[in-house]
Design a protein around this ligand. Structure first.
Ligand code: LIP
Length: 282
């Protein structure tokens, strides 16, 4: 961590940025949201508001943190000289925003080191739920909170009693593989919740509203802030086979049940190679 870094100052800035962008997304949502473009597949949309939210975040950071780098979902990477990188998801849960399903958030985090979830040091972050205003924040070593209330992850004694969040990718081939893994998981747990925004899922683990979460294929911006909230709330956050959390797999939850889930996912080869893409992901 660069000398002189104040993680509580970074937490406050992340909160300010996420809430301001959240206000834009909340008040600027048109009655009918249009898809401006698609990305990895035909069902991976970008809206004008994704772009507007990220533009706001980038402009604020250019003014307040000009020496920091930026890694954002919708724009070009911005290099920096400070050793810090801001990791931005202007709307996490874009499909929910598009359809009007009330689970989408602005996610803002700042990390030290390489902008790679398996190698960075997350320093501070904020996840701001746009529809209802819930705001989760975390600072490295400073704990996690939601709307000022300290968070402590908790979990049941067994996997069979666990409520598990997950998500599915935009590619049909990946969804096929994820469904095969789900067939192994679903009979072993209390139930599954697919809420559609990883950042919120991870925060819910931090507050005990989900016991466990796993997902393959998260982008750095999906994971950066919510993963720190879960970790600072005392949850274990990682990947499979001793890896850190990242695109191959992200798992979060309280011990000891999270260890059972990791073992189950490893036995199911949940982060293993997939067959070649079979279609346009529709
Ligand atoms: C979404 C994630 C979600 C995942 C979706 C998508 P986006 O992020 O938050 O958990 O299942 O496939 O990746 O694309 O809305 O920023």
């Amino acid at each position: 961590m660069p000398p002189g870094t104040d993680v509580e100052e970074l937490r406050a800035l992340a909160r300010s940025l996420a809430c301001e962008a959240g206000d834009l997304v909340r008040h600027g949502r048109p009655a009918r949201v249009e898809v401006a473009a698609t990305k990895s597949t035909a069902v991976d949309p970008v809206t004008a508001m994704d772009r507007a939210s990220e533009e706001l975040l980038r402009a604020r950071l250019a003014a307040e943190r000009p020496d920091d780098a930026i890694l954002g979902e919708e724009g070009d990477d911005v290099p920096g000289t400070s050793g810090l990188t801001w990791v931005l998801d202007p709307i996490d849960g874009t499909v929910n925003y598009l359809y009007g399903v009330a689970s989408y958030a602005v996610s803002v985090a700042v990390v030290a080191g390489p902008p790679d979830p398996e190698r960075w040091i997350a320093l501070a972050g904020c996840v701001h739920s746009v529809v209802d205003g819930r705001t989760w924040t975390a600072a490295r070593g400073g704990g996690a909170e939601r709307d000022g209330i300290p968070l402590r992850a908790s979990g049941p004694a067994s996997l069979a009693e666990s409520l598990v969040g997950t998500g599915f990718g935009y590619s049909a081939t990946r969804r096929q593989r994820q469904a095969e893994v789900l067939l192994r998981v679903l009979p072993r747990v209390r139930d599954i919740r697919r809420l559609g925004a990883a950042a919120i899922d991870l925060c819910l683990v931090g507050e005990g509203a989900l016991d466990l979460y796993y997902e393959r294929g998260l982008n750095p911006w999906d994971l950066a802030a919510g993963g720190l909230v879960a970790a600072e709330a005392g949850a274990w956050v990682g990947g499979l086979h001793g890896r850190a959390a990242g695109g191959a797999m992200t798992v979060a939850g309280a011990a000891p049940v999270v260890t059972e889930l990791v073992r189950l996912l490893e036995e199911a080869d949940a982060d293993g190679d997939e067959a070649p893409e079979v279609g346009a992901g529709a």
